[in-house]
Design a binder for this molecule. Structure first.
Ligand SMILES: *[C@@H]1O[C@H](CO)[C@@H](O)[C@H](O)[C@H]1NC(C)=O
Ligand SMILES: *[C@@H]1O[C@H](CO)[C@@H](O)[C@H](O)[C@H]1NC(C)=O
Length: 776
């Protein structure tokens, strides 16, 4: 009987296998408007030659109220009578197609996807074309997976919240603490994902999240579901809003997600000022606004913001929410309409935003294979070129923090045996951080180093929490024998993650002791490699004469081990810069994570946040990063003054009235900003003997300093300079955008007077005055 069973089972199993493979390879059934469906062929919403807004209205006109209600949630239902499949809106692609979210499924012909470094690492490259390029590769793989029925087309990435507090568990997902940097990251990554936008078309739809002032997960008894972020108009306008504004205006993102927390007493997903007026009104979002997962439920259940669930549903929709990640709107919208809290038309507006995005994605254009990107398939995922870019990104993101006596790079012929020690020395998934997928493959730090030299390996601690010293002895033995030591220490998702903020900034458990003991025992140079998302107070290592060099590698992605070794042995000359301040441990004992103020408060002793406002001691500053070579800069062209024309006579009159007050600053809205770009030419010379890349950072500092930051990054340029040669960088700053500051009321103004610029290592000042000219 067993034999008989087997006989029929094998062919049957094979058959299923063949059917599944055939289905996946041939592609999914069209989402809607299947050309084989005679019923829908004649519908206007299926007619590609009709303008999208007309098609959208046609479709909405055909839907029943019950259907509409089940379409404004992430798992949108099938509308069989109109030939429309169900759709899962929730997919993620923070640094590669991710398996977080039910929209993506790895397996079958799509076992893996290219896993780029975590965003904080990629941000450290300060390379805009890299961010764009990664977005392009990720969306190629996403489209390929969509075509094969393994993923959606709507990706809730990137996370562009400001990395405000060094303890934040999700700081790793962000491009760091600076609004300009985060804004540029957002615009580039989104454009890479969404494609060139020809004909309003989307390759995939990106989403900038989490709007806004969300950067606390779980600290000291306060969690994100209950946190009320008290944010000043000034901080909102010149810090928290900037990356989102850039994402919408410059990146032309197709979606924004509102957050769990409240801002000034209102859940962000129920705040019409934030959603309807700012995102959609002021910034003109062409796309949809989605809730964080179950955040509508959260403001009803956890925050008790409304008395009834129907009121919560109505508040969200009235505020401008279009899609609920979660079941809440599907359950309570009907009641909200019956109670007269909202109308069916309010729902139609939300639906129109959603369906428009789906139509821009081509989802109503029939057969996916006949569309742009329709040819992408399994052969386009994890390609050698994509994996090479993941390696390149890791190399560009590694930051050389310290290099005493130019110990690095190590010569593999001189240091033939290298001791590789530490809980992160042979890790795989740790290197891809959170919101990752299934990587194509890994090279661990140990494997990377083993390609250059003979290695001796000891973990020293069983895991990053490093609760015991039982393994220290064997690590010390390695240190005594090897020619050089590489310690790979740091954190992983057990220490910093979603819903897990850190308590402090020191290395966890006994890690510090392990490093010091190994350093004491070491015969040769000791290299400390920190793998972490957030900053670590490594003062002990800076001060330890036996520790020669410190590298920060973030979470360097699937090829991280190769990149680390390439930097250590000098195949790659490091050029990364820190995208966030490395504070001493002492800082966090003075600063409650719940305090959202960016600016210091002398009355309370609150020190302020980030390099823009905090003046105290740091372990390593924002923008820090060394190279194996030495660069010098010369200013070739640098204007010394600039005049701002007014936009109108009334504007001039108003500005003059304000000018009579003690602080002279012209409202940006009163200025004519059209031709206010000022060009700078800077020559960068590589004075050393090794080719390298230099990142020119330009900071501005406004006169007087009443509202202004200590300094503000306004532009950055990464450039490759071969040894001994010189490259010219043409940098521009825009007077209205880059020399303006924000007052207490959130109004942007350009201070009149001497603005100081820091251009690399150089200082330059530029005098800003008003012109008598009026330019309409
Ligand atoms: C500002 O000062 C100018 C010149 O001192 C004066 O003519 C003008 O009336 C003043 N405007 C206001 C609103 O006080
Ligand atoms: C920026 O990244 C791109 C893509 O990897 C690369 O081609 C380019 O050389 C990088 N720029 C610099 C200056 O390193």
């Amino acid at each position: 009987m067993g034999c008989y069973k087997r006989l029929i089972l094998i062919p049957f199993g094979l058959l299923i296998f063949i059917m599944v493979v055939a289905l996946v390879v041939e592609g999914r059934v069209p989402f809607a408007c299947d050309p084989k469906n005679g019923l829908t062929r004649g519908y206007i919403f299926c007619n590609k030659n009709v303008p999208i807004h007309v098609r959208v209205q046609d479709l909405i006109g055909r839907l029943t109220l019950a259907e509409k209600i089940r379409l404004v949630v992430n798992n949108a239902i099938e509308v069989q009578r109109l030939g429309i499949q169900g759709y899962e809106w929730w997919s993620e692609a923070l640094h590669g197609v991710s398996n977080v979210g039910p929209g993506t499924k790895f397996g079958g012909p799509f076992p893996a996807a290219t896993s780029f470094p975590q965003v904080i690492t990629t941000a450290a490259s300060f390379n805009q074309s890299l961010w764009l390029q990664i977005g392009r590769v990720v969306s190629d793989e996403a489209r390929a997976m969509y075509n094969g029925g393994a993923a959606g087309l709507t990706y809730w990435s990137p996370n562009v919240n400001i990395f405000r507090d060094p303890r934040w568990g999700r700081g790793q997902e962000t491009p760091g603490e600076d609004p300009t940097l985060a804004g540029k990251y957002a615009a580039n990554y989104v454009q890479g994902l969404q494609g060139d936008g020809a004909g309003n078309r989307l390759k995939v739809a990106a989403c900038c999240k989490h709007y806004t002032a969300y950067d606390l997960d779980n600290w000291n008894g306060v969690d994100r579901f209950h946190f009320n972020a008290k944010v000043s108009k000034q901080d909102l306008a010149d810090t928290y809003d900037i990356p989102f504004k850039s994402c919408v205006l410059e990146g032309k993102v197709a979606s924004v997600m509102c957050s769990y927390n409240q801002v000034n007493g209102k859940p962000t997903c129920a705040d019409p000022e934030l959603l309807r007026n700012t995102i959609r009104g002021e910034w003109r979002l062409n796309g949809y606004i989605v809730s964080d997962c179950d955040s509508v439920g959260v403001f009803y259940d956890n925050q008790h913001y409304t008395k009834t669930p129907e009121e919560a549903a109505a508040d969200a929709i009235k505020a401008g929410l279009d899609l609920d990640c979660g079941p809440f709107l599907a359950l309570h919208t009907d009641g909200a309409i019956k109670q007269g809290l909202i109308s069916e038309n309010d729902l139609n507006l939300a639906l129109a935003n959603l369906i428009t995005v789906q139509m821009r994605l081509g989802m109503f254009d029939g057969e996916p294979s006949a569309q742009p990107y329709g040819n992408l398939g399994p052969q386009d995922v994890c390609t050698p070129a994509h994996q090479q870019l993941a390696l390149e990104a890791a190399r560009q993101g590694i930051v050389l923090l310290q290099n005493k006596g130019n110990t690095l790079p190590l010569s593999p012929t001189r240091y033939r045996t290298v001791g590789v020690i530490g809980p992160n020395s042979d890790v795989t998934v740790t290197m891809i951080g959170n919101y990752a997928g299934v990587a194509c493959g890994y090279t661990t730090p140990l494997q990377g180093i083993a390609r250059y030299v003979r290695t001796v390996h000891q973990v020293g601690c069983r895991d990053v929490s490093c609760g015991g010293n039982q393994l220290f002895g064997s690590a010390e033995t390695v240190a005594r024998q090897a020619d050089a030591i590489v310690l790979v220490m740091g954190l992983d998702q057990s220490i910093e993650a979603e819903f897990r903020d850190r308590d402090g900034l020191l290395l966890p458990g006994l890690q510090q002791e392990l490093v010091s003991r190994v350093a004491r025992a070491a015969r040769g140079p000791v290299i400390l490699v920190i793998m972490s998302g957030g900053p670590i107070d490594v003062t002990f290592a800076k001060n330890d004469p036996k520790i020669s060099a410190i590298l920060w590698v973030g979470y360097p992605g699937q090829a991280g081990g190769t990149a680390i070794a390439d930097v250590i042995f000098g195949r790659t000359n490091p050029g990364g810069r820190l995208p966030m301040t490395w504070y001493p441990q002492d800082y966090v004992t003075k600063v409650p994570m719940t305090n959202m103020d960016m600016r210091p408060n002398p009355a309370t002793g609150y020190p302020g946040r980030t390099y823009r406002f905090y003046k105290g001691p740091v372990v390593f500053p924002f923008g820090h990063g060394l190279s194996y070579t030495r660069f010098t800069q010369t200013l070739v062209l640098a204007p010394k003054q600039v005049s701002i024309p007014f936009a109108s006579l009334q504007a001039q009159a108003k500005a003059q009235a304000f000018t009579n007050s003690s602080y002279k600053a012209v409202k940006v809205s009163h200025a004519n900003c059209d031709e206010m770009e000022v060009g700078f030419h800077v020559d960068v010379k590589n004075e050393g003997s090794m080719d390298g890349t230099y990142t020119l950072l330009i900071f501005s500092k406004a006169p007087h300093g009443k509202w202004s930051a200590l300094k503000q990054l306004v532009s950055f340029h990464k450039t490759y300079v071969p040894a001994g040669s010189k490259t010219r960088v043409n940098a521009g700053i825009h007077v209205c955008n880059h020399l303006s500051i924000v007052d207490e009321f959130g109004v942007r103004r350009i201070p009149i007077g001497e603005h100081e610029l820091q251009i690399g290592d150089l200082k330059h000042s530029i005098f800003v005055q008003t012109s008598d000219q009026i330019k309409h």
